[in-house]
Design a protein around this ligand. Structure first.
Ligand SMILES: [Fe+2]
Length: 512
């Protein structure tokens, strides 16, 4: 087995990330935005390179997609500016070797010292997604379903995985893309495409899905009866602001959001129904940006006994995925705590004391989460009980008032409080059994996006919740990411200190 250091990189599009892998261990994986402090930063920076370098010099470097194929697609789609402008920092300073499908970094800041003339190998976009999922799943066989917007040409793929091998059994190509359609609808209701899709998903609960479901299906979608194919009647890459111009009130937008989400669920189910026929397995792995749709994800349990969604299923997770795709071997998945480390004891006593007095407290301790969710290490906790908590947390977070916060609960109590799918990474919504007691963590449709915790997964967070439960009788806390809209999550102790000063909420980096 190759035990040298390998790097995986995603950069140049949105939410750049880097992963350091040795053999089957993920030593480090982080988003560039956390160190540059620019939300969804598309480019890597010197700080994150230096953090990665602490694990040693890479012998091999992998890129998460095939840049030559992507350029061809961009040219085909008429995106001449994007295709001809060398958009990633490595590409900008690299000579491109199209014959061998590799390029090497030259004169590239840290890169020059790190890998002079080191060759970087490009993997395919969907292969990177699929590998990030399967090789972290712990499954010995699985069907892997990747649904996203667009990489090179592929927009939807299904893979058969067994042992260490994986092969594609279905592929759908641009411009037909479920992800591009969902983003176009996001833009249609006044939100930011490629960023605010989760807000559309939350907004959906406020609308009537039946009102425009048929219209959206008829105007946009063509389903193939015997294949997972989903074709769209329009190229949605440039949006659909032209669609249904008469619908422009806030209630129209809520109804469009509701119908969009319902249509997405129909399409997702269509894909799964056919995926079952394409490969025999009781296990499914869901990847691609669409696997962040926690409202639809429970549908997968209707078709498969076991479901794995790597907690960073979008493009940023492909920094792990492109290395895994090359190595074709399973990785040791120890959890999503893979980023920058803030040393010190987890602040259990300090958090409990602060919750007692102000009911809200931040934690920035241990390794930062690799993925979009704060799962206890870069988290703002609050007492979830009572009617005023949502407003209290929103004085800091300033989110849309219709969006609830998520709960983190002792695993052994989850079924007493929630009905349906729950898991350790906030990937599913389930029905809250006591919404009147916990309005801050319950959506208007009665659901919650639950994080469960056990002693193996995060012993310190588990211990904090046990002690909170012993003193209050409540086995959960409200858990939201330690950021405000438009800002990346806190990364370092210095960020935490700044946060405390700016927002007046105590953030503990260790127990005091
Ligand atoms: Fe993708």
């Amino acid at each position: 087995m190759n035990k040298s250091i390998q790097w995986g990189i995603t950069s140049g599009a949105h939410d750049a990330s880097i992963a350091v892998i040795r053999g089957e261990d993920i030593l480090f994986a982080a988003h560039a935005e956390r160190s540059s402090r620019k939300k969804n930063d598309a480019y890597l920076n010197q700080t994150v390179f230096e953090q990665a370098m602490e694990y040693g010099t890479p012998r091999q470097v992998f890129w998460y997609e095939n840049t030559a194929k992507k350029r061809l697609r961009q040219l085909w789609a008429g995106q001449y500016k994007t295709a001809l402008w060398k958009s990633s920092p490595i590409e900008q300073m690299a000579a491109f070797d199209s014959k061998q499908n590799i390029f090497w970094a030259q004169n590239f800041g840290a890169g020059e010292a790190v890998w002079p003339a080191q060759r970087i190998k490009c993997m395919s976009h969907h292969h990177s997604h699929a590998a990030a999922g399967y090789y972290t799943s712990g499954f010995t066989d699985a069907t892997v379903v990747v649904v996203d917007s667009i990489g090179e040409w592929e927009t939807l793929t299904v893979w058969a995985a067994k042992g260490n091998s994986m092969h594609r059994v279905f592929s759908q190509r641009y411009p037909h893309s479920v992800g591009l359609w969902y983003s176009a609808m996001t833009q249609r209701i006044g939100l930011k495409p490629n960023e605010d899709e989760y807000i559309l998903m939350g907004w959906a609960a406020l609308g009537d899905p039946d009102k425009y479901y048929r219209k959206i299906m008829t105007d946009f979608v063509e389903l193939d009866a015997d294949k997972p194919n989903i074709r769209f009647r329009h190229n949605l890459h440039r949006g659909c602001l032209w669609w249904a111009p008469e619908l422009n009130t806030i209630q129209d937008y809520a109804d469009i959001a509701a119908a969009t989400q319902r249509v997405y669920e129909t399409l997702f189910e269509h894909i799964l129904k056919h995926a079952v026929k394409l490969n025999r397995s009781d296990n499914v792995v869901l990847m691609g940006g669409c696997a962040l749709n926690c409202v639809a994800n429970p549908i997968a349990h209707r078709y498969y006994d076991r479901v794995w969604i790597m907690p960073n299923p979008g493009d940023a997770g492909s920094s792990v995925g492109c290395v895994a795709a090359y190595n074709q071997q399973h990785l040791n998945w120890t959890g999503p705590y893979l980023g920058y480390n803030i040393e010190g004891e987890y602040p259990i006593n300090s958090v409990l004391k602060e919750l007692d007095t102000t009911r809200m407290v931040g934690v920035a301790n241990g390794r930062a989460e690799y993925g979009p969710r704060a799962l206890g290490n870069r988290t703002l906790f609050a007492d979830p009980r009572g009617a005023d908590v949502q407003d209290l947390v929103n004085t800091v977070k300033k989110r849309q008032s219709f969006r609830p916060f998520a709960p983190v609960i002792l695993e052994e109590h989850a079924q007493d409080y929630f009905d349906g799918c729950v898991g350790p990474y906030m990937q599913y919504t389930s029905v809250c059994k006591h919404p009147e007691k916990f309005p801050a963590i319950t959506h208007i449709d009665g659901t919650s996006r639950v994080q469960t915790v056990n002693n193996e997964q995060h012993p310190q967070l588990y211990s904090l919740l046990r002690r909170w439960y012993e003193s209050t009788g409540c086995p959960m806390l409200l858990n939201t990411s330690l950021n405000i809209k438009g800002e990346p999550m806190v990364d370092t102790a210095a960020d935490a200190e700044r946060w405390t000063r700016k927002y007046g909420v105590k953030v503990f980096t260790k127990d005091e």
